[in-house]
Design a protein around this ligand. Structure first.
Ligand SMILES: CC(C)(COP(=O)(O)OP(=O)(O)OC[C@H]1O[C@@H](n2cnc3c(N)ncnc32)[C@H](O)[C@@H]1OP(=O)(O)O)[C@@H](O)C(=O)NCCC(=O)NCCS
Length: 399
């Protein structure tokens, strides 16, 4: 039987959530149906129907995302893409992505982002890895600080229901000027705070602690305990004092031997503050996958570290409207990106452009990886200098 893709409304939310949950190997219950239905209302839920049965689906909502130069751009976030095990590998995800990307282009969402469950899936649709994050493990006995700012505030616990009062504001302040930051809506904070039991994975429920100084909340940590391990789910600090105090707090929790942390930005200064930095075991993981659906708009929207002119030959089989030769001219009063017939300095795919767009990786690196072609070393070096950012991209709370 044929598969029919349709945007759905409230009457279909329950079977939709059940299908998506099943795709990820989970069971929907009353709580997950209620909370995900609130999320679905704020975006576009696309369902794959076989007859009247929903066999797959995915969900998109529009947000502002920080891009280099303290700027923002309207971005589509794809969440919860799933196809039931009964209907895999028949092209349903491909058809959904085709529809989502065209829809985003039509709505003026120049970028589409997602977090991937597996790194094999999204490159074929023109997504590139636009940000990385670190996972840390450290033995508590080796957590002494060699360098730290003066800390005059204090850390205190808050009830999880009070978290939405201060955490979104601190996160926005901590991520000002940080490429890749996407503010979560109230519903998305509610999903985080709901802390559904199936996310516990053998650990306990979430603790929330904030750092306050002079009556102002400047940071927070969200963590769980699993046996002798503190698992830091999120630590966000808007000041240096909050950063040091919150890590010292995590390292000081008694009866635990190990601290594990997730979603740490690549340029977090903590390793440079410890007496024994080698004791901090670090691993790197892909975080945000970025798909540029309107290359000229995306390239004109961000700032560049130095002036320069580059001609790109952009290859894009999945979104053919995007393909072409463009001249990017970055100057102090803004960038322009126009079609051109000039010979290209750099030939690359949309996925490659996604990799360099937020400043996570460089053109020179992609050339060394045999992914892109440059007309000369100078062209790669100029592009590297133009796209370089002060801060590494970071997506602190994947939605
Ligand atoms: C990932 C998932 C959505 C793919 O759906 P699907 O409808 O089977 O995907 P498609 O049939 O459109 O696959 C398109 C291509 O991607 C490949 N592909 C898709 N998912 C893959 C995977 N997990 N591993 C390897 N290849 C995969 C297919 O083999 C196919 O390749 P081809 O075009 O060369 O034949 C589905 O397997 C799923 O629900 N997985 C569990 C939940 C999940 O991980 N979702 C992704 C969230 S980010």
């Amino acid at each position: 039987m044929d598969i029919d893709l349709r945007y759905i409304t409230e009457e279909h939310y329950e079977p939709f959530v059940k299908t998506i949950e099943r795709s990820f190997g989970a069971h929907a219950d009353e709580e997950s149906i209620a909370i995900f239905s609130r999320m679905l209302k704020q975006g576009r839920a696309l369902a794959a129907f076989e007859g009247e049965e929903i066999v797959g689906g995915s969900f998109v909502f529009a947000r502002q995302m920080n891009i280099p130069g303290d700027r923002e751009i309207l971005t589509a976030v794809v969440s919860g893409a799933g196809v039931q095990p009964t209907h895999r590998r028949r092209g349903i995800l491909t058809a959904m992505m085709d529809k989502h990307l065209a829809e985003s282009r039509d709505r003026g969402e120049a970028l589409v982002i997602l977090g991937a469950s597996e790194s094999v899936i999204y490159g074929r649709y023109g997504f590139g890895i636009a940000s990385h994050e670190e996972r840390w493990t450290i033995d508590r006995r080796h957590t002494a600080f060699a360098h730290a700012p003066r800390v005059s505030g204090r850390v205190r616990f808050i009830e999880k229901d009070d978290a939405p009062d201060s955490l979104p504001e601190v996160t926005a302040r901590a991520c000002a000027g940080r490429p890749g930051f996407v503010a979560m809506s109230g519903v998305e904070w509610a999903v985080l705070i709901a802390d559904m039991e199936r996310d516990w994975r053998g650990a306990g429920s979430l603790f929330f602690a904030v750092y306050e100084d002079k009556g102002k909340t400047d940071g927070f940590v969200i963590y769980r305990i699993r046996a002798e391990t503190v698992i830091v789910i999120s630590l966000v600090a808007a000041t240096r004092a909050a950063h040091a105090a919150l890590w010292q707090f995590c390292f000081g929790i008694d009866l635990r031997t190990t601290i594990e942390a997730y979603k740490v930005p690549l340029d977090d200064p903590l390793p440079w503050m410890l007496v024994e930095p080698r004791s901090l075991r670090r691993s790197t993981h892909d975080a945000m996958w970025l798909r540029i659906v309107d290359a000229p708009k995306a390239l004109e929207a961000r700032d560049y570290a130095v002036d320069g002119r580059i001609v790109f030959d952009l290859r894009d089989e999945f979104c053919p409207w995007n393909a072409g030769r463009y001249e990017l001219d970055a100057a102090p009063d803004g960038a322009s990106c126009k079609p051109t017939s000039a010979s290209p300095d750099i030939t690359l795919t949309a996925a490659d452009l996604g990799v360099v767009y937020l400043g996570d990786s460089s053109f020179s690196m992609l050339e060394r990886a045999s992914r892109i072609e440059t007309v000369s070393d100078d062209a790669a070096q100029l592009a590297d200098a133009m796209f370089r950012t002060r801060l590494k991209p970071w997506w602190p709370h994947e939605i």
